[in-house]
Write a protein that binds this ligand. Sequence first.
Ligand code: UD1
Ligand code: CA
Length: 456
Amino acid sequence: MAAGKGTRMKSSLPKVLHRLAGLPLLEHVLNTARALQARNTVVITGHGAEAVEAALGGAGADTGLQFARQIPQLGTGHAVQQAVPMLADDGVVLVLSGDVPLIQPDTLGALLAACAGQRLALLTIRFADPSGYGRVLRSGEAVQAIVEHKDASEAQRAITEVYSGIMAAPARQLKGWLARLDNSNAQGEFYLTDVVGMAVADGVDVVAHTIDDALQVAGINSPAQLAELERAHQLRTAQALMEHGVRLQDPGRLDVRGTLQCGQDVEIDVNCVFEGRVHLGDGVRIGANCVIANCAIESGAVIQPFTHIDGEKAGVTVGENARVGPFARLRPGAQLGPDVHIGNFVEVKNATLAAGAKANHLAYLGDASVGERVNFGAGSITANYDGVNKHHTVIEADVHVGSNCVLVAPVTLGAGGTVGGGSTITKDTAPGALTVARGKQISVAGWKRPAKKPSQ
Ligand code: UD1
Ligand code: CA
């Protein structure tokens, strides 16, 4: 169900598209559904339907999704009614909420096992403060009904076992119950929860699978709840990393928005953000305040504070024992070999640096192949763009490029050569040669500076 308005978000973005740990809320739920290998997955959209459907890549084979539109939104029972034509009679229907992102596959697996294709299984939880939720009415152990908070009596409101919003039901029976829902209740809505009473009346077993992990069933209705769930989720991620042996300077100051895979003896200082897919090899150390996305950092490499790495689609690799930062920027296609050094205010994009190459200060290397042990001086750049096309620069092994040089691509610097500081290189240079391309220095002996005229 992803049709609700999310009024309390006070946002033009549909609620289920707000992000938790870098992913839209609804994507979390769909990933969990995928893990269950559902026969088909129907997303019920309504409020902001076009935006939600577009964000999911539309219906079809590649997304594995179908959409049912619910317009207007007349309640959760009405929402599920919209999906009925897409549900096979012989299946089990698992109802999930697009704004309850952290439900886990094993919990749903247990709920499906409790359903066993024939019972109505409800996911429930006990809350010290159950207000707002539907209460689970039991007679003895047997579940009798769910009563919504607004319809509940004082005695019913004292019940602390609540319905999570997640249920599993045999499709054939569910369809029958849905067809009989009405909206004669405090909110004038078609309540999905009314199917519980109908199941009991039909003699179908109703079972509750009760969990105690509130995060898994936490719904999001406001920016404050979103932020709170984000923190709680990040803390869990941090704890899992520490259990794996990762040393976090402060588990409360880590953000993982994607997957972070770590080897042994990894150390991460405070305020680092990891996005997309990031791999950190054995012994990697990440300094404070780094943003690192879509990259592989090999064993022993050190990333100094305030470094920004984003491999986007092309990826970034940082070789073994390389040293990057502080204040460095690695962009898509930066491939650093072992023992490479990238220093402060150095930007690298679509460039390969072989083992031991160094660019320690204030430099730009774009669309370049840099050989082993090359030293690229402060203030030097590859001029890779002529205003229309990008061109490649080749710097062969052991070249020393002095400070403040411009290498106008396409150009090749021959192995072992030296380029004098301040040179603008427009032609290939010979291996082993010193190349200087700048105005010659001259000195005028005894030069008299202009003097001020005496005032009149
Ligand atoms: C629902 C349950 C309540 C449960 C609670 C758990 C009903 C009647 N009540 O209440 O027992 O304790 O969840 O959080 O089901 N939605 C639609 N179309 C609609 C209405 C809602 O798609 O017409 C979607 C919402 O976007 C949301 C989900 O259904 O993802 C739940 O809706 P919400 O309004 O939050 O239900 P509650 O009233 O909180
Ligand atoms: Ca709700």
